[in-house]
Design a binder for this molecule. Structure first.
Ligand SMILES: [Zn+2]
Ligand SMILES: [Zn+2]
Length: 380
């Protein structure tokens, strides 16, 4: 049964970005209003910080945000507090009181472009909705995001939170979780095959180690920074953690080959690697861990891209592919998987008023995820 409609305040607190390269400013503002039959008003319970928020605030994602002031955050979670009252509102599966996770993509897709009508891919969403729609907006980037007490979400883009997952844990999965989960699926591996995760102690990486092991893969994690390495080791997932500063990839490949009983150099190594850091060194390290015909899935997007040798492409038949978030179908699957297998982010929580402190802590590079928890209300 639906909960009664809560009485809502007129105003709410929100963290605004007023200019590039400036701290966020906490102010009171009006609650956002429902403008589409697909909209739901959400009381935000947790809002997670992503690397993309840092990139956007630095002015490196122009033309976004299209205007100031801007409200960041494209991975958050909350509770439905208001439904559309339009006569033509589609029957939404959501009701007042439902706990939902909100990803950045895609808010108000056009419903008619080639992406929105493509239902032929294995992870496609129903007709009329696509996370790839070029006309859709994205929370925290081209539309306001979750660093505020109330937000609007598109009922087609969100996912119910399974029992056993908290809002804080869910928020951290709405970009980082879905991105690494979709990248692991993009590797196209069977249980027992080998995958490497470059940047394994970061926000995506430490979730990836857990997802990959629970998918039944043999996992190697690689990092080159003390804090993230310690975080990855402490997870104790059963994945082998390498320190790229000291572990030689050729030696690792030989060890794996021996373990697998292989005698040919070309058949020794990993079946796939996922590249999370923006560094060529990490990319090269990953490609060097692959056996012939291995697949390299790129998730990061450094300004100058990556270089791969023709030798790797032509003589070793290494394939390179990219991966972006995931469809709503994959998002729901990921959340269910996370709840079932107890995938848990290593999370530092902050109240909304301390978002700038959160950002400072994030830049210290300790790894894991940094999340605004609205329950930590400090009365400001
Ligand atoms: Zn993100
Ligand atoms: Zn579209």
């Amino acid at each position: 049964m639906a909960s009664p409609t809560p009485t809502l305040p007129d105003h709410m607190r929100a963290q605004f970005l007023d200019a590039f390269k400036q701290p966020y400013n906490l102010r009171l503002t009006l609650l956002p209003s429902i403008t589409s039959a697909y909209d739901l008003l959400i009381k935000v319970d947790a809002a997670s910080y992503c690397h993309t928020d840092a990139v956007l605030a630095e002015g490196l994602m122009k033309p976004y945000p299209s205007s100031f002031p801007h409200i960041g955050c494209h991975e958050f979670a909350g509770t439905v507090v208001s439904l559309p009252s339009f006569p033509a509102a589609p029957a939404s599966q959501f009701k007042i009181g439902d706990r939902v996770g909100v990803p950045g993509r895609s808010y108000h897709p056009c419903g008619s472009c080639f992406e929105c009508v493509d239902t032929g891919r294995p992870d496609s969403d129903p007709l009329g909705y696509s996370v790839y729609c070029p006309h859709a907006l994205n929370h925290g980037i081209s539309a306001p995001g979750g660093f505020r007490e109330y937000a609007i979400a598109d009922s087609r883009q969100i996912a119910p939170i399974p029992a056993g997952l908290s809002a804080v844990q869910t928020a951290a999965l709405m970009c980082a979780g879905i991105t690494i989960y979709a990248a692991l699926k993009r590797c196209g591996l069977q249980e027992g095959q080998r995958v490497g995760i470059l940047g394994c102690g970061g926000g995506l990486g430490h979730l990836g180690l857990q997802f990959a092991v629970k998918m039944g893969l043999k996992v190697i994690g690689v990092d080159n920074v003390e804090g993230p390495l310690a975080l990855a080791r402490a997870l104790d997932t059963g994945a082998r953690i390498l320190d790229a500063r000291v572990d030689d990839p050729e030696e690792i490949v030989r060890q794996i080959g021996n373990e697998d009983g292989k005698t040919e150099q070309a058949e020794m190594g990993l079946d796939a690697v996922i590249i999370l850091p923006e560094s060529q060194k990490a990319f090269d390290y990953g490609v060097n861990l692959l056996k012939n015909h291995g697949r390299c899935v790129v998730v990061s997007f450094p300004e100058k891209g990556f270089h791969i040798s023709s030798q790797a492409l032509v003589f070793r038949d290494i394939s390179v592919t990219g991966s972006l978030v995931g469809s709503n179908k994959t998002l729901r699957e990921m959340l269910e998987f996370a709840a079932e297998h107890q995938i848990r982010g290593v999370i530092k929580r902050f109240p909304l008023s301390k978002l700038n402190t959160l950002v400072e802590e994030y830049h210290k590079g300790g790894g894991g995820k940094f999340v605004v928890d609205m329950a930590l209300d400090d009365g400001e």
